[in-house]
Design a binder for this molecule. Structure first.
Ligand SMILES: [Zn+2]
Length: 487
């Protein structure tokens, strides 16, 4: 199927924003209610007034974020740029539309009522809802289908609910929501470290508590929930293993449209994010491959993702899915083979590379981190390497002793040597020892800055992985602050 106009419209947006999207998506995935809302102002309003109020408050919050700290040093641009994307309705086919934003809200219109797939970010949901109702259809919403429990996909779910609206999600949706909520302080802290433009504290908005979302229909692994509405056939397909255990996708067999949430990540195709730096549960590559096999068999003409615009073209979609599937399978199989051959996880992280015919961009997920995740997913944390691994006494506890024994000059010269040899990670190991001896050691801090800059240059010239770059930026800022803080 060919829809060149849509592709043209999306192409520039994807190019400009794609690389910076990943970080903001990651942050928003857990930080659902992090806005400066006046809870009292929003409380006790009737639904229409509530929606209007939310739209105004949402605009203010978005402006607040967009006008916040800019990210001038990053070659990837600013993560807050995503929030500046206009919220507009786009047409995919005669009955499939989506409202843009940080995350898309998709509407499928039928003569017997509408289907909504995902509900956007909480501060954008009211506007997405209004535009879809005004420009597409104001018929009753019969089903709200939620691709997974991340906040940028369920933020506006409550707003769409009417009398009798069914909420369809994966059977694991409630459990994923539970653990993300239970670990919210931990996840928020990590996200804010990586994305310092986020507010210091998450806000709280009773109006928008999304942990109250209770699916009325659930789909289990291996299952499909199929229904027909207004003559349009729908299949909600469980697709675990991508961005969590609770992923579902929506398949429209008559239109050959596949609405995917975050199953493929924000770009298509790309190496999937099996490991999240913010520290969610590990994602299961074997499940992901099995889910991909089910989706490949559908023969989709169009993919409508949770972020950015559609991918169009049967052959291109099939080729992309096959490549992702085979790449994940390859990394999995090589990791298992290496484990069985007695290789260490570090050897495997260095050695396993995608062969040229499976090459994929790694700015979201990356191969070496997937290797480590697969290794630890199977083998957990005891690497059979050192007795000390078994006890709560890390090597770091004796670093200060080592620093005293070696003396700062020897450590500086060793770190300098490793930098000369283009071994910045080895230099960082040495500097961790030196800084354990004296946290204000100016030479060590300067060398650490150089090592981090070297890693940053390598990252920019290599995979350009967003999470690696955000982490390095955080460490660089921390190192500089410690140098400047010298009394
Ligand atoms: Zn998302």
């Amino acid at each position: 199927m060919k829809m060149t106009t849509l592709r043209d419209k999306q192409g520039g947006e994807n190019g400009a924003i794609g690389k910076v999207l990943l970080a903001v998506v990651a942050a928003l995935a857990v930080a659902g209610a992090w806005l400066y809302f006046d809870e009292q102002a929003a409380a006790n309003l009737k639904k229409d007034a509530k929606l209007k109020a939310m739209e105004v408050i949402g605009d203010l919050a978005a402006n607040n974020l967009a006008g916040g700290s800019s990210d001038g040093e990053s070659t990837h641009g600013s993560a807050v740029d995503m929030i500046k994307l206009p919220i507009e309705v786009r047409k995919v086919t005669d009955n499939v539309f989506y409202a843009t934003g940080v995350a898309n809200t998709v509407m499928v219109a039928t003569d017997a009522g509408n289907i909504v797939f995902d509900s956007g970010l909480v501060i954008q949901a009211a506007k997405q809802l209004r535009l879809l109702k005004e420009e597409v259809s104001d018929e009753p919403v019969k089903y709200v289908i939620l691709s997974h429990s991340h906040a940028d996909h369920v933020g506006g779910a409550q707003l769409w609910l009417e009398q009798g609206t069914e909420i369809v999600a994966h059977r694991e949706f409630a459990e994923e929501l539970r653990y993300l909520n239970e670990l919210q302080p931990y996840l928020y802290g990590r996200n804010r470290t990586l994305f310092p433009w986020m507010p210091e504290q998450p806000g709280s908005i009773a109006l928008l508590e999304y942990d109250a979302i209770e699916p009325t229909i659930t789909v289990d692994d291996g299952d499909v929930y199929a229904f027909t509405l207004g003559g349009v056939e729908f299949q909600v397909i469980a697709a675990p293993g991508a961005e969590g255990a609770d992923n579902v996708v929506l398949w429209l067999p008559q239109q050959k449209v596949l609405i995917t949430g975050d199953f493929f990540g924000p770009q298509f195709p790309q190496f999937p994010n099996i490991f999240t730096m913010r520290g969610e549960k590990v994602r299961k590559p074997v499940e992901y491959v099995a889910s991909l096999d089910r989706l490949i068999a559908l023969g989709a003409d169009i993919i409508v993702p949770g972020h950015l615009g559609p991918t169009i073209g049967t052959a291109e979609i099939r080729a992309g899915m096959l490549r992702i599937r085979d790449a994940v399978q390859y990394v999995h199989d090589e990791t298992v083979a290496g484990m069985n051959a007695g290789q260490s996880v570090y050897q495997l992280m260095k050695e396993i590379k995608l062969p040229p015919h499976l090459d994929l961009v790694q700015n979201h997920g990356r191969v070496d981190w997937a290797v480590k995740s697969i290794w630890e997913y199977y083998a957990t944390w005891f690497h059979f390497d050192s007795t000390t691994e078994l006890y709560p006494v890390p090597a770091r506890e004796v670093y200060a002793d080592l620093a005293e024994a070696a003396g700062p000059e020897a450590l500086h010269s060793l770190a300098h040597h490793y930098l000369q040899q283009d071994e910045p990670v080895k230099a960082l190991h040495i500097l961790e020892v030196a800084l354990a001896g004296d946290p204000q050691d100016q030479s060590a801090l300067l060398l650490r800055e150089q090592a981090l800059l070297r890693l940053m240059a390598q990252a920019e010239a290599g995979t350009r992985n967003d999470y690696e770059i955000y982490w390095l930026k955080y460490r660089l800022a921390d190192t500089r602050a410690r140098r400047l803080a010298r009394p």
